[in-house]
Design a protein around this ligand. Sequence first.
Ligand code: AMP
Ligand code: GLY
Length: 424
Amino acid sequence: MKILVVGSGGREHALAWKIAQSPRIQTVYVAPGNGGTALDQRLENINITDPAELADFVVREHVALTVVGPETPLAAGIVNIFRDRGLKIFGPTREAAQLESSKDFAKSFMQRHHIPTAEYQTFSDVDAAHQYIDQKGAPIVIKADGLAAGKGVVVAMTLEEAHGAVDMMLSDNRLGDAGARVVIEEFLAGEEASFIVMVDGKNILPLATSQDHKRLKDDDQGPNTGGMGAYSPAPIVTPALHARVMREIITPTVQGMAKDGIPFSGFLYAGLMIDDKGNPKTLEFNCRMGDPETQPIMARLKTDLLTVMEHAVSGTLDTIELEWDRRTALGVVMAAAGYPDAPRKDDLISGIPAETADTVTFHAGTTLNGERLTTSGGRVLCVVGLGDSVKVAQKQAYSVIDSIHFSGAQFRRDIGWRALKKHA
Ligand code: AMP
Ligand code: GLY
């Protein structure tokens, strides 16, 4: 069987790697893929990104099913295009993807369906936005309504920062259309967790829990990034909290979307803030898997992902259960010099060891030119270690990191610190 994975990051490498482990797989195509998917014998990169051309390719090559990694093609309607042509694809339609592509859509949806989230208001008028900030005070959070590649959220600790963020988005139009409307919301304190499920329009299949590390530097210092590392499971999500998140957030979201006439299918990712009393609120929805959360999650998945995907596109996710490696998986991102503002390209990468039972390296911003593997993006690699404890998983991951070299590599030394602190 042939499968197509759309995307080029570490998330897509991990999804393709896992699907390719199915005994029924002939080829997993990755569009456009990266240096790591080029190196893997079972995967084949195809240099197409236009959704209609991808649909042509799928018809021509008899690809059985397509899985979409990133939000951009989903928000652009790749699922609508494929479905109109009768092609099987796992992901939300353009309309359902608004849960991620419009913060205002997501917030008003949550309010309408009584899903716990921060109090907010939406503005396109600059003066009204400034007034609201003065009325509410700092800390306060300013979010561009549209997709802004990780640059759309300003957690303002002072009034000055908050007013600056409004000016940047609404007056100076620095984020273009994405920032033409802003959501201003209450600051929530607590610990974050990533709660990701698969949805087939109606049925919900939760994946293992995980926790991301958004800041560039150790001790959660430095600028926000797409994510510098993640581990699974996340001990903050106890079985009781898991049940509560399903009951108060995930189930009402899936039922609410169906009730509103835009049923959701695809990966649904709720970014949670859990306060010191253990109450969860939704910070955001993503209509896709997380990156780097996918890498440790896929490293732990034992069930055949091809079979799971077949159920997902057939609306039968209620008939299966997932089996997980009981170990912790911990992924550390190696990013390029200059990331996140101005990542440098074309640095030569060396020393990536072969996969073992305890370690695997997923590629993101890498390109293979003949024998030469070079950096070609912000986040370059995600090294995953597995172990019976967070500490052992961490040790496994860093032992691989220490063998890999490229000039200017940036990575954190403390991925997993919150779980380690809980344990201690
Ligand atoms: P988002 O893309 O909405 O998840 O925002 C990116 C990051 O900003 C989150 O992962 C949080 O670290 C932070 N953040 C977003 N909303 C809030 C909030 N209401 N209170 C505190 N931090 C937030
Ligand atoms: N790692 C956070 C995200 O994928 O949105």
